[in-house]
Design a binder for this molecule. Sequence first.
Ligand code: DGP
Length: 112
Amino acid sequence: MDCIFCKIANGEIPCTKVYEDDQMLAFRDLNPQAPVHVLMIPKQHIASLDEVCDNNCDVVAHILKNAHIIAKQEGLDNGYRIISNCGADAGQTVFHLHFHLLGGRSLGENLV
Ligand code: DGP
């Protein structure tokens, strides 16, 4: 499958890993929008939140369960934001489910 995040997950494309286990990978975004900008992805291919269902929602819970551990590992003791863009209007560019973990500065009150 021609999916850039699948290739990152299986090691074909390098990334700067910050966390990995059997179900998920977290790595630094290529175009950081904040001092800390990590992408958290499932290793299995799920195109977006639109495809989350009974059969794969455990991995979504797993990612969110680990998010605060990664945030603390990154030193985000003052808070952080998690975003998942879903579809064209949201600006999703990579169609492999991912959660942006952003922090390291005040992110402001706009965009939730
Ligand atoms: P989104 O717009 O929500 O689909 O965000 C996709 C993000 O993925 C974007 O912030 C840039 C990042 N990205 C795209 N290609 C690569 C890559 O090859 N490596 C890394 N580390 N990040 C990438």
